[in-house]
Design a protein around this ligand. Structure first.
Ligand code: TYM
Length: 331
């Protein structure tokens, strides 16, 4: 049998998982574990690029792991682990920092946007995309399922893999991004010009993975649209409505244009969006409630996940370290 191809992705423990995380990435992780050898990590080292209370970081990391199980990841098929439990991530990041250039990191749009919001910028925020490249390249991942906002970061990981291979000999698999056709960029319901985000406070604009049906209905009802009243898919002229159409399209496997054709009134559309999202997230809410009864299960999943991840990551790291000429430690 041909070896299965590898998939890797990660999520930062920087707040409650959102509907954007789910539609843009997480639900595709679940689908991909069927036919691939999958590695999914909670990227706690990435969370340190922003100010985060240490106790909150720990709590969020456990919560993220619980959510990864609640969405339907199967720990027998997917290695579910915490990034900092596999020390090769920052070690390979160093080798890749010595491969990347200041110029290309300065062009990263997420870095530029985040740097604008802070008075002082941590060096880790600048090198963040290199650590992300290390996350991916350590596992020889052929595919990386992510939302649209990570496109440029995956492009950089590809570029670094190609450059490293060229400079030091064939070492890394060059990864491809897998970006979903619908809802690859879910927008904030109150500010449809900006993406829904777990790290930006917007209680009415953000649907969380574990929101109750009533909360979902309230937020969708209050979602900002426009006053012309015509249901049509136009992201530039009608961003709020387009977002709702995208959500219903993603939840019901249609195109947003098809969805738009089925409605005449915003109110009817909103009712169906709320209903479809509640149903979509119902199994996640239910499984999460069950899992909360057995916290030791998560510890075990993370321990096993880290062991599987470490076995792969350490072999890749040794290969990369050897390629650049680092002297191997005496056996
Ligand atoms: P993060 O934690 O911001 O988001 C996790 C995943 O959710 C996707 N996503 C969205 N998709 C659609 N609409 C949205 N509003 C939305 N918000 C978030 C993201 O695209 C992502 O796929 N740098 C990454 C984490 C990371 C990573 C990696 C990902 C670290 N190392 C290696 C892949 C491979 C991040 O901050 O994602």
């Amino acid at each position: 049998m041909a070896p299965m191809s590898r998939v890797l992705s990660g999520i930062a423990p920087s707040g409650n998982f959102t509907l954007g995380n789910y539609l843009g990435a997480l639900r595709h992780w679940v689908a991909l574990q069927d036919d691939n050898e999958a590695f999914y990590c909670v990227v706690d080292l990435h969370a340190l690029t922003d100010s985060i209370d240490p106790a909150a970081l720990q709590a969020n990391t456990c919560d993220a792991a619980l959510n990864m199980l609640a969405i339907g990841l199967d720990p027998h098929r997917s290695a579910i682990f915490v990034q900092s439990h596999v020390p090769e991530h920052p070690r390979l990041a160093w080798l890749l920092e010595c491969t990347a250039t200041m110029g290309e990191l300065s062009r990263m749009t997420q870095y530029k946007e985040k740097a604008e919001r802070h008075e002082t910028v941590r060096a880790g925020l600048f090198t963040y995309p290199v650590l992300m490249a290390a996350d991916i390249l350590l596992y020889d991942a052929a595919a990386v399922p992510v939302g649209d906002d990570q496109r440029q970061h995956i492009e950089l990981a590809r570029e670094l893999a190609i450059r490293f291979n060229h400079r030091y000999g064939e070492t890394f698999t060059v990864p491809e991004a897998i970006i979903p056709p619908a809802a690859a960029r879910v927008m904030d319901l109150q500010h449809p010009e900006r993406k829904m985000s777990k790290s930006v406070e917007s209680p009415l604009g953000t649907i969380s993975l574990l929101d109750s049906p009533d909360d979902i209905a309230k937020k969708v009802r209050k979602a900002v649209t426009d006053t012309d009243g015509e249901v049509r898919y136009d992201q530039d002229a009608k961003p709020g409505l387009a977002n709702l159409l995208d959500l219903l399209a993603a939840a019901t496997d249609r195109t947003p244009q098809e969805v738009a054709g089925a409605y005449e009134r915003y109110g009817d559309l909103k009712n169906d969006v709320a209903e479809a999202l509640s149903e979509l997230l119902r199994p996640v809410r239910e499984l999460r409630a069950e899992l909360e009864g057995d916290p030791s299960h998560v510890d075990q999943v993370l321990a096993e996940g880290a062991a599987r991840a470490h076995a792969v990551a350490s072999a890749t790291y040794v290969r990369a370290a050897g390629a650049v000429g680092l002297l191997p430690p005496a056996p």
